[in-house]
Design a protein around this ligand. Sequence first.
Ligand code: PHE
Length: 501
Amino acid sequence: MRERWTWRGAFVVAAIGSAVGLGNMWRFPYVVYSSGGGAFLIPYLVALLTAGIPLMMLEFTLGSRFSGAAPLAMKRVKPSFEFVGWWAVLAGFAIITYYAAILAWGLRYLWGALTLEWGADAGTYLYDKVLQIMPVLEAGAYGSLFGLSTDLVIPFILGWLAIFFIVFSGVKGLGRVVMITMPLPFILILILMVRGITLPGAVDGLNFYLASDFSQLANAQVWLAAYGQVFFSLSLAMGIMIAYASYLPRDADISNNAFMTSLADALTAFLAGIVVFSTTGYVAYKLGVPVGEAIASGVGLAFVAYPEAISMMPVAPVLFGIIFFITIFTLGLDSAFSLTESVVAAIMDKFSLGRKLTAVIVSGAAFLIGLVFISRGGLLWLDQVDYFVNSFGLVLVGLLTCLVVGWGYGADKIRGLINETSEIKVGVWFDICIKFITPIILIVLLTLNLIDRFKEPYEGYPAFMQIVGGWGFIAVLIILGFVLMKIKGREPKYGSEEGEV
Ligand code: PHE
């Protein structure tokens, strides 16, 4: 019998936990700033309404009405669609291999926060001490591993133990853990926000964040950035929301849950932006430089700029260091186990394997592959794989989902299913978004990314990295998806489980 969420609200809390991740903290604020400031909220909300929320409703419906993780749900929609589910799951598997490495950096820094180990120069600390990438760069040996970074081994093991035990403990365990991992980072972000806005210089930082340049609304790149951010941030097209929804009863409300998840994600991102920019304003004030020079995103924000800001805090820097890295760790943890669960659930469905064995196999494999990313040269591989999965894997899976379900099965039928159980009824706009708007945007994104890559290799990395961590690896995903579809599975018969019709 399929596992079920054990308390009302567990599903939506888990979905929010997955969606709210590092992307909210280290990606959203920067995208806002570089895409028109406050004015960016318009394309962002439009992208949320026309792509994020409809696709999330679609994934929720697939999971709950077809009672399966991505491949099985797709198969039940139509047998020839199963491969799309596998592509989603495999892309998710690729992400978890390196996402866990970032979690390990977070844990390493949490340890370092106890003594503010990075001092005033977090850049040297990150590259020299934690990642130990300098010998690779000095030798110009891009793509070589140079052994494991000794500082990351223990945090990586601890991180994986956490992910593993949570997934191992099943849906009941997931439901318990998210009671902490979802609200905790949110509360900590509120604390960091109050700290941030009461620092001198904060207002300058916030002006930078939200100063609206409405002329940017005419820039197509800005709109594409909004759609890209929405996709990544809502954990769509990875099979996660389908797997989580497959533990819902069939009559669960879809649209309400989708609105709550997306809005909670957007709100957290917006607040994280206030944290990042108010604190950056303070750093700029202390250093006497313009805010634009102090701003960073991604790795540079969470592991260099913000830690340096912590060292400059007028009171209790150690406390804020600990708060910040607990935030980073708990933001990432529930996103990480949601990814693992997507893969575990898919394999359990297909081969009728037990959860415990499947959790061991999936976590074990992802752990071993992930060692590449905690090697000394691992950051470059991480960057390479991350770029490819997000720019091609995720976009392709999102596109195919809209096409096969929207056109092949019928967006109107999905809408019918949504409206059967949802309080907020959805109108024809849903069909239009799933059949036209989202696919068109995704095709444009895909084409632009392809053109970029044919012009020059990503970041100028050597050819073998582009092949192994890029094209070759995408090709393997594609082939493996078909192979898995062809393998005869041992899926439960549709309708044989409690709660199914
Ligand atoms: N949504 C997560 C974030 O905002 C990232 C993520 C993407 C997690 C895809 C899982 C899958 O950080």
